[in-house]
Structures are given as structure tokens and as C-alpha cells.
Design a protein. Structure first.
Length: 302
């Protein structure tokens, strides 16, 4: 056994599917909590290469669990640790916006780099940081795009090419343009003004491009839902005849689905980067392709 997949309790179904695709052994990582909140982490059987699968929503305890698991796996003989975190936490804070703020992106990158040899994630929330390589010093990193998986599902369901693919702000332009190209559609991005985490306003300069057409709203992360709601309302005001939404990382509470519907969003689909009721797009093929060389390298070494 040259490589195996081990998984924190969250994301078990996705990790088990990935193990089946890669024909790799699968083990669950057990977490026991003591009365004072401390954790005891127990890993499965180690191997030369261990792939740790961990969606990093609600991340604080998971980060500790990954470090504890890494210590146990190394001691049990693992030579290479690969972290598959389809959603990568703490990427928002890439600078100190106000005096005294910690830059969490740098801290988390350095922390994981002390234990992990390679990080694989999907649509990391990078704004002022050009590359994940700046965050994780001295290790391998892969920031995969979910757009191939999303376009594959939409095309299979009969995507209407009259639909305009829309992003909420200029930061969304790269993935919105990529998805529109894959789907053979046009795209537009809004201008977003943020007053707070839950208060944003969005406008579209090219309303004529939107009027009379279905709109597909695309975003990388939805947590509070304010941006999605504001964008949907702006699209309807601009004359969109329907609004559907697709997102990479669904971090919002399921109670917000009703609010999205009230704002005019007909459907919302997410990838399974984070387990969520809106999951409709699997990342299996994307992740298994990125991981295949880990298994190939292990077979060559043996």
C-alpha cells in the first residue's frame, strides 16, 4: 500500500468516493473530545503517502486535528502528507484592513506548511495575493478551478446559451469569463459597494446586455448571502427574466435558501467542496485527476 486517503469526520462521503475512484484504501480519522474541549485524534493505518481529506469550513478544531493527525501519521511511517481541502479557510484576511488586525492568511499558510507537503484546494479566495505559493512557503500547492466541473453539469442539463453568466464584482471576472466561454455564452460583472459583511449594493453598467435574458449568477463563496441577494435584485431590476445561482463554496445556513428565493433566485446549486443541502456538483473528477500522480509516484517507488 503506497498511498491511502484519510478523512476528518466532515466530508466522509466525498472522501470515500474519491478513494473508490483512485482505488486507494480509506480510513476515517477519529476525534474524541475531553470534557474541557481538548481533542484526542486517532488516525488509520499509515502508508508512505497519506492524503488527508478535510473541507475547512468551521475550521478551528479541524486545523488542530490536521496537525495532530500529521504528527501521528509521520510517527507511524508516512513520508509524504497531502492535504485536500476543497474549501480553504482564512483566505479572506490577506492584509490588515485596520490597525491591529492579524493577517490570518499568512498565519494559516505557515502553520500548515510545517506539517503538510502538498495542499490541493478549489477556487481559493485570493484577492490581493497573486498565488497560493506566496501563502504556503516551501511546499507544493494546487489551486484548482471548479469551472470545468460546473460547466460539465450545466451542459449535461441543457444550458440555454441565451443565458448571461454574471459575477457580482470585478474580482469574479476571471472565473465568470471562463465559465461563460465553456458554456458558449456572454458574461457581465457588477460593481459592488460594501458597507459591512451583510450590507452591499450592486449595479450593472451594461443593463442592456441583461434585459430580456435568463441570468446565471456565479460566485466563489456565499456565507452571509448579502452579495447574492443584492446581485439577484440588481439583475431583476436590469430586466433579467430569471435568475439562477451556482457557487463553489456554500458556507451559509440552510435557512437563507428561503431568503434567496424571496430575492428572486429560482435555484441555487453548489459544488460539494463543503457538505451542504445545495450540493449538486461533484468535484470527484477534478480532485482525482490532481491526485493521480501521488498514486503513480507511489507505485513507481514500490
Amino acid at each position: 500500500m503506497s498511498a491511502a486517503i484519510q478523512c476528518l469526520p466532515s466530508g466522509r462521503a466525498e472522501a470515500e468516493r474519491l478513494a473508490r475512484i483512485l482505488r486507494a484504501p480509506y480510513y476515517g480519522i477519529a476525534i474524541h473530545r475531553f470534557p474541557d474541549g481538548e481533542m484526542r485524534v486517532t488516525v488509520g493505518r499509515s502508508s508512505p503517502t497519506v492524503i488527508i481529506y478535510a473541507p475547512l469550513d468551521q475550521p478551528n478544531d479541524k486545523l488542530l486535528a490536521i496537525l495532530f493527525a500529521g504528527e501521528a501519521l509521520r510517527r507511524e511511517g508516512a513520508k509524504r502528507l497531502v492535504l485536500v481541502a476543497p474549501y480553504l479557510c482564512y483566505m479572506r484576511q490577506d492584509t490588515a484592513f485596520h490597525a491591529g488586525e492579524a493577517v490570518s492568511q499568512r498565519v494559516i499558510g505557515r502553520l500548515l506548511a510545517t506539517s503538510i507537503d502538498r495542499v490541493i484546494t478549489v477556487d481559493a479566495h485570493l484577492h490581493r495575493t497573486a498565488s497560493l505559493k506566496e501563502i504556503f512557503p516551501g511546499i507544493e500547492v494546487d489551486n484548482l478551478s471548479a469551472m470545468p466541473a460546473i460547466s460539465s453539469v450545466l451542459s449535461a442539463q441543457g444550458f440555454d446559451r441565451r443565458t448571461i453568466v454574471v459575477g457580482p464584482d470585478t474580482e469574479s471576472r476571471p472565473w465568470v469569463a471562463d465559465l461563460a466561454r465553456r458554456l458558449g455564452s456572454e458574461h457581465a460583472v457588477g460593481k459592488k459597494t460594501r458597507a459591512s459583511d451583510r450590507s452591499v449594493s450592486i449595479s450593472f453598467a451594461d443593463g442592456a446586455l441583461i434585459a430580456g435574458r435568463p441570468a446565471l449568477l456565479v460566485d466563489d463563496i456565499v456565507s452571509s448571502g448579502g452579495t447574492l441577494i443584492a446581485c439577484a435584485r440588481a439583475l431583476i431590476a436590469a430586466g433579467a427574466i430569471s435568475v439562477d445561482a451556482v457557487i463553489t463554496h456554500a458556507l451559509f445556513g440552510s435557512e437563507l435558501i428561503t431568503e434567496f428565493s424571496k430575492a428572486g433566485i429560482r435555484s441555487i446549486r453548489s459544488t460539494d467542496s463543503v457538505p451542504h443541502p445545495t450540493n449538486a456538483i461533484r468535484l470527484d473528477e477534478l480532485l482525482s485527476h490532481a491526485l493521480q500522480r501521488e498514486l503513480d509516484a507511489g507505485e513507481e517507488a514500490s
